[in-house]
Structures are given as structure tokens and as C-alpha cells.
Design a protein around this ligand. Structure first.
Ligand code: GRF
Length: 223
């Protein structure tokens, strides 16, 4: 079986974000809290100089950087090497990660997506477009997926998925807000599990280990 890459303990976690950074904030809060043992958020970068995520990082005293060339593996790897990155997390990062970075961070590169992949994923499916498509399709259950990243949008091996019900009176805003709440819960748990080696990605592309689901979310087994 694939032996997990040698991770520092605690692991140094870098986060890439393009937007407001509420998922980043959930990570910052989790890893600043008493429950976190496996890592620390030590670097945040964005392809958007004015991204709210960078402001949140600065407010937390975390080093920040700007990605000027999102397709340039060497430039991104240089930023991440300077930050001594063990684990890389995409928290609302909207650019495709170049192959060189995907290869260098095999089994240590995670993304959060606000649907139950493979449904409602892939190029162009991001932000409120996802929830609009969910409502338009009339599905009754959506959710959150955290997965390892490969060279295609939203297609990598899945680490965990938690369900989120769609309510009859939902609009895009109410559904997006409910899904985002679940993202904020699931992403830190998955990052912690990868950072401590409890979840690994095998050379066979399979995910080893699992993240539990709260009893409130788990389907009740019929008596
Ligand atoms: C989240 O819904 C995330 O799943 C998606 O982009 C959004 C980012 O939100 N990739 P925030 O910037 O973390 O608030």
C-alpha cells in the first residue's frame, strides 16, 4: 500500500482561495482551536489580489501571497516551497491546478465542492451556478464533496461526502447558505485527517481511511 508522504507534525497547511474565504475562515478557526492536533494554516495565496480570503489570512497573522500566473507550475511550487507546504487545500480556488503541482502534491492536495460529485461538477460549475442547476433539476438531495485533486476540475478521488436536503421553498441563496454551512464543517475534518495520515491516497488512485458522518446526517437504518 502507498505509504503516506512524510508529513511534518504538525503539518504546514497552505490554502488557495479566489473569493471571500469563508471556507478558509473555517479552516483558520478549526486549526487555531483545541481540537486540532495535526496541522496549522501557515500560508494563504490567491489569484485575486483583492480577495477577501487574503484579508482574513492577514487578520489571523498568516503569511499571504498572490498567484500572478495560475498556469505556471514552477511559480506556484516556488511559493509553496517557500512556505514549506506539507498539505495544500483549495478553498474556493477557481483556477485549474497545473499538472506539475498536482503531481508534486499527490495525496496532499484537497478541494471542496458544494455538490455531491460527480453530479453538478466540472468546468463552469462553480458558486451559485451549481445551486441554480440543482434547483432547476429538482433534485431532493445535494451536499458537499471533499476530494483529492487531479488534472481535471472536480474529478479527483473522493475523500468524503455529506448530504444537504433541498427544501421546497429553497431559492439559490437559501440553498447555497445551507450547503456552505456543511462545507465549513466537513472541510476542516478532511484536512485534519489527511494532515495526520488517517486518510491517504494510494498509488492505485483509491482513498484509504474514512471520515465519519454525524448521526444527524447519517441515514437511519430501518428497524
Ligand atoms: C464555496 O462554495 C466552495 O465550495 C466553492 O466556492 C465557494 C467559496 O466560498 N468552491 P468561500 O470563498 O470559501 O466563502
Amino acid at each position: 500500500m502507498f505509504s503516506p508522504p512524510s508529513l511534518r507534525s504538525p503539518a504546514r497547511i497552505s490554502v488557495l482561495a479566489s473569493g471571500g474565504g469563508s471556507n478558509l475562515q473555517a479552516l483558520i478557526d478549526h486549526f487555531a482551536g483545541p481540537a486540532a492536533k495535526a496541522g496549522a494554516i501557515t500560508f494563504v495565496a490567491s489569484d485575486q489580489e483583492g480577495a477577501g480570503a487574503l484579508g482574513r489570512a492577514r487578520a489571523a497573522g498568516i503569511a499571504t501571497g498572490v498567484i500572478d500566473a495560475p498556469r505556471d507550475s514552477d511559480a506556484i511550487l516556488s511559493l509553496l516551497d517557500t512556505a514549506k507546504t506539507d498539505v495544500l487545500v483549495l478553498a474556493g480556488y477557481l483556477k485549474l491546478i497545473p499538472d506539475g503541482v498536482v503531481r508534486a502534491f499527490h495525496g496532499r492536495l484537497l478541494n471542496v465542492h458544494p455538490s455531491l460529485l460527480p453530479a453538478f461538477g466540472g468546468p463552469g460549475m462553480y458558486g451559485t451556478r451549481i445551486h441554480a442547476a440543482v434547483l432547476a433539476r429538482g433534485v431532493r438531495l445535494t451536499g458537499v464533496t471533499v476530494h483529492f485533486v487531479d488534472d481535471q476540475f472536480d474529478r479527483g478521488p473522493i475523500i468524503a461526502q455529506w448530504p444537504v436536503p433541498v427544501r421546497p421553498d429553497d431559492d439559490v441563496a437559501t440553498l447555497a447558505a445551507r450547503v456552505l454551512q456543511t462545507e465549513h464543517q466537513l472541510l476542516p475534518i478532511c484536512v485534519e485527517a489527511v494532515a495526520c495520515g488517517a486518510i491517504t491516497l494510494g498509488d492505485d488512485g483509491r482513498v484509504y481511511g474514512e471520515v465519519g458522518m454525524p448521526a444527524t446526517l447519517a441515514p437511519r437504518t430501518p428497524r
